[in-house]
Design a protein around this ligand. Structure first.
Ligand SMILES: [Zn+2]
Ligand SMILES: [Zn+2]
Length: 262
């Protein structure tokens, strides 16, 4: 099989161009069909043609949910979480024209958990020597970089997590470079200056995005809990497990024996 063998998409039948092939477990997918898959889906390589066809049918049906979706609450910066409290639905999208992007519409009750994750990395800050050549400081200096993620765990046939970055651009925090007294090496640009990592919680953008991530998590979980609570029967019910007349608690369980009654 040569590099330039012609391949055809097993979904739409179109010829696949050079570098346009997306491998499946038992076939090939063109990039136009691949673009229609859920952005949260990551198991394309281990999926069969039949599974991909099934997902594309689900994605097509999702368009109707998008058309009927009425966002009441919108949270976030570049990537937005939209909640339709009236229908008990939500979606997450980074598309400016989100209705056209066909974002997956989920039930709030499909949310099983939500976590905020702060990812930290570092980049070296370099300087130049007398000849203009890039060199390390002595000791080396690093700026810390922070990104804030919200990871939403969901019950869904095609993916189990919706993870997105909250901050539109990485928060960079420069180290603190302390001047040493002349007797110990002099000003901060001299070798041997004391370099320490700055406390990121003193950085306004760090604080803002970290709080935004926590706010998104709290709002999503609260919207989920509100839907669950509204679905509970208002009056007392007879518990099928212990026979007691009970007003179910917030998670729909018998107040006497703890069994689910809803
Ligand atoms: Zn195709
Ligand atoms: Zn009971």
């Amino acid at each position: 099989m040569g590099l330039f063998d012609k391949k055809y998409c097993d979904i739409c039948g179109e010829k696949i161009g050079l570098f346009g092939n997306r491998k499946l477990e038992d076939g090939n997918l063109c990039k136009d069909c691949a673009a229609k898959l859920s952005p949260w889906f990551s198991e394309r390589r281990s999926s069969t043609i039949a599974e991909i066809k099934e997902q594309l049918a689900y994605r097509e049906a999702n368009k109707e949910k998008v058309a009927a979706f009425e966002p009441v609450t919108t949270l976030g910066y570049g990537t937005k979480v939209m909640v339709d409290e009236g229908k008990g639905l939500f979606l997450i999208t980074s598309a400016s024209n989100w209705r056209e992007a066909n974002p997956d519409v989920l039930a709030l009750t499909d949310v099983t958990g939500c976590r905020v994750e702060v990812k930290e990395s570092s980049d070296e800050i370099r300087t130049k020597d007398a000849e203009g050549k890039s060199i390390s400081y002595d000791p080396p200096r690093y700026k810390a970089k922070y990104d804030f993620y919200v990871n939403v765990d969901v019950n869904h046939p095609w993916f189990s997590e919706m993870s997105f970055r909250v901050n539109p651009s990485t928060v960079v925090v420069d180290p603190i470079v302390q001047s040493l007294p002349a007797a110990f090496g002099g000003p901060s640009n001299r070798p041997g200056a004391r370099v320490t990592k700055a406390d990121p919680t003193t950085n306004a953008r760090y604080v803002e995005y970290r709080k935004a991530a926590e706010d998104i998590k709290d709002a999503l979980l609260k919207a989920r809990d509100d839907v669950r609570e509204a679905a509970l029967p208002k009056g007392p019910v007879i518990c099928p497990h212990c026979g007691a007349t009970t007003v179910p608690d917030a998670s729909g369980r018998c107040e006497y024996c703890g069994s689910p009654v809803v």
